[in-house]
Design a protein. Structure first.
Length: 382
């Protein structure tokens, strides 16, 4: 059984990797255990809002992330005919904070993260199944029947975290009521410059331009959980479902190679009342998984890493640092999970009368309401 170094991280997703980088910067070496045989991303594109870019600035790696993605100056919500419902231009706010919203291919983000850590700290093929916490250590048990003893454990193994469910048995993921397909494809004939979401009677479709003339799209449809007919839909079926939506939605869906299509139900976690459990700390989706409606899940995981390193750098006891992390992260992550779930409920309205009422109401909302929400996201308590 090994006992060094002082921290072990479970999970090599965005939370685990960014945490390893943040600890490395303050001179703490951790061992990272990943269940999969390789550390690689699952997913398509990712919107990284300005708060995540601010966090990467704190880690000294914003330039490398920005060089691999694409800045997003505006985000519009459209109706199915392509008419604007709302439009938020983030340039004015971004000038104030010196950073802007941004989009990146997940594979690119993972590459940049992996290049920023010492590769010998990562152990793959290590699925943790349970932990035992003693007064002066934590023992992790893996499904290959090995174990590892560490003074402190950072749990970043995602929304289905077995260790969180051991600590908080009631914390099982909850279904949001809609299912989602996504893919990255080449830009369609007309080059797209802005991110859009189209809300309509057949569901919701988002389009986010990425670097290298690629575009990330997602489509969300109301359905029962794990609905078999949904699982079987092909890009062609989706193009048919959204054939009345404005251009370039139908052509974008139809041109998607079947092997690029990812499908999953949208789930989140009911906000937890704590993230710190003595020598064990929950981070990222393991702590506060949110629906993707605000594009904030990964952004919050990246913020977590910076706040944790900040608390640890103060030289206090590690348990106090974990408690400090919890104090600084609970309210913000709860706000995002709750607001994002509500946005999803509104965005997924498909009854034609209610969609008309909703769109009319949103069109009358003053721009400053959108701007206030953006500002709330940009103001991070690092
Ligand atoms: C459709 C969709 C769109 C999204 N869009 C955005 C967006 O635009 N912007 C944004 O900020 N966020 C977005 N998110 C959220 C974002 O993907 C997540 O918040 C983020 O990936 C969480 O990272 P994580 O490292 O906490 O968890 P994960 O990415 O789930 O990583 C967990 C890692 O732990 C490993 N693991 C699991 N179990 C174990 C175990 N027992 N032992 C060891 N290792 C284990 C896994 O293999 C994985 O590598 C989206 C999510 C979805 C579903």
């Amino acid at each position: 059984m090994n006992t060094q170094p002082a921290f072990a991280i479970l999970g090599g997703g965005i939370a685990g990797l960014t945490t390893a980088i943040a600890l490395q910067r303050i001179g703490i070496r951790a061992t990272l255990f990943e269940a999969a045989p390789d550390v690689k991303p699952v997913g398509a594109g990712l919107a990284l809002a300005a708060n995540a870019i601010q966090a990467f600035q704190r880690l000294g790696m914003a330039d490398r992330v920005i060089a691999s993605g694409r800045q997003l100056d505006a985000f519009s919500i459209l109706d199915e005919w392509g008419k604007a419902i709302t439009r938020s231009d983030s340039r004015a706010i971004s000038q104030r904070y010196g950073v802007n919203n941004f989009a990146i291919h997940r594979a690119e983000l993972h590459r940049v993260l992996l290049e920023s850590i010492d590769s010998d700290i990562v152990q793959t093929g290590k699925r943790a199944v349970r932990i035992v916490q003693e007064p002066d250590s934590v023992t992790i048990f893996f499904d290959d029947e090995t174990s590892y003893q560490t003074p402190y454990l950072l749990v970043a193994d995602g929304i289905h975290s077995l260790i969180r469910q051991q600590l908080v048995p009631k914390s099982v993921p909850r279904y949001a009521g809609y299912t989602c397909w996504r893919a990255v494809v080449r830009q369609p004939g007309s080059i797209l410059h802005e991110a859009t979401e189209t809300w309509g009677s057949r569901g919701r479709v988002g389009i986010v331009p990425l670097a290298n003339e690629q575009v990330y799209w997602f489509a969300c449809v109301n359905a029962p959980a794990q609905h078999k007919p949904m699982r079987q839909l092909t890009p062609y079926d989706l193009a048919d479902r959204f054939k009345h939506y404005h251009a370039p939605i139908p052509e974008l869906l139809a041109q998607t190679p079947g092997e690029n299509l990812l499908w999953n139900d949208i789930i989140d976690l009911k906000p937890l009342s704590r993230y710190a459990f003595g020598r064990v700390l929950l981070l990222g989706d393991a702590a506060h998984a949110t629906t993707p409606n605000m594009g904030q899940g990964a952004c919050q995981a990246i913020e977590d890493a910076v706040v944790l390193a900040d608390e640890l750098a103060r030289g206090q006891l590690v348990e106090e640092a974990f408690a400090g992390f919890e104090r600084r992260r609970l309210a913000r992550t709860h706000y995002i999970t709750t607001t994002s779930r509500r946005i999803g409920q509104v965005a997924q309205i498909t009854n034609p009368l209610f969609t008309m009422l909703r769109n009319g109401l949103f069109r009358r909302l003053p721009d400053r309401i959108n701007e206030r929400q953006l500002e709330q996201l940009y103001q991070v308590n690092f």
